[in-house]
Design a protein around this ligand. Structure first.
Ligand SMILES: C[S@@+](CC[C@H](N)C(=O)[O-])C[C@H]1O[C@@H](n2cnc3c(N)ncnc32)[C@H](O)[C@@H]1O
Length: 268
């Protein structure tokens, strides 16, 4: 999993990335939570939205990327949020000193292959009546990802690249989250959505799906290909394949994106 993130590249599609977060958190009905935690908070825009929604809550953002947390602190001019640098695998909710009312993990758990083992601890950390809301991308069989694996398989560095591109295996189907969370004593709302994102309607970006993946899916590849020439060759081959798979339409480039959502409400 990549430790080096590029907040600017990630935020290029903030409008499209905001939608699943809004859809997820719209199903959390907490009215006046005291402690709200955003796991894998990234560059913090969504954490700040949580702080705005619940102005009296103590809000904590947890992430292991120094770059993402640096950007989050820059966005948080009023120092409203406690930003914590930690791997979520080792983050201990007990350090908050009180049960948590809301835990959000938006677009995080695909990077955390052990997450099914972590979920029980997070549910246990919730106060009675607390909420755990998670969303994971589930588009690992879409061309954006199959082409990444194809180009990696043809690369001289295939043996190093391919093992890093297995995130699809980390994500479970909606029913798995439903059964797991219901088994932990929660009322559960689970669903999936395939967004038809229309990228770059103004035709300013040349290859918008490539720009999207540079902010996420390509990061594990970039960690292996630190040599500029090697990286440029890879990006050229992958970019060309993406343009064939996602041709520009008169109104923009259509990027279909499946996502899985689960909102668990711990019984009061
Ligand atoms: C795709 S971004 C999502 C950011 C934010 N939640 C959002 O909704 O935009 C994933 C974030 O998870 C963080 N991350 C990935 N694995 C992590 C881990 N094991 N522990 C903590 N943070 C992690 C990355 O640093 C990155 O900031």
């Amino acid at each position: 999993m990549p430790e080096t993130w590029n907040p600017g590249q990630y935020e290029m599609f903030s409008e499209q990335r905001q939608r699943p977060f809004a859809d997820l958190t719209s199903r959390v009905a907490a009215t006046s939570p005291e402690i709200v935690v955003d796991l894998g908070c990234g560059s913090g825009a969504h954490t700040l939205a949580l702080a705005e929604r619940w102005p009296h809550a103590r809000v904590v953002g947890v992430d292991f990327s120094a770059e993402m947390l640096g950007q989050a602190r820059r966005h948080d001019r009023d120092e409203r949020v406690e930003w914590v640098r930690s791997d979520v695998e080792s983050w201990d909710p007990a350090q908050l000193g009180a049960p948590v009312d809301v835990i959000v993990a938006n677009s995080l758990l695909q990077w955390v292959p052990t997450h099914m083992r972590l979920i029980p601890g997070w549910v246990e950390a919730l106060a009675p009546g607390g909420w755990l809301a998670m969303q994971v991308p589930a588009n690992f069989n879409a061309p954006s990802h199959t082409l990444l694996r194809d180009v990696s398989a043809r690369s001289p560095r295939a043996a190093e690249l391919l093992p890093r591109l297995v995130r699809g295996e980390a994500v479970s189907e909606p029913a798995v989250y439903l059964f797991s969370l219901a088994g932990l004593g929660c009322d559960v709302d689970t669903w999936e959505t395939t967004y038809q994102h229309v990228l770059d309607p103004g035709a300013l970006q040349g290859n918008p799906v490539l720009e999207w993946t540079k902010g996420t899916a390509l990061l594990p590849v970039f960690e292996v290909l630190s040599d500029e020439v090697e990286r440029a060759d890879f990006v050229a081959a992958y970019g060309e394949a993406l343009l064939r798979a996602y041709p520009r339409q008169a109104f923009g480039t259509v990027f279909a994106f499946r996502r899985i959502f689960a909102v668990a409400h711990k019984k009061g």
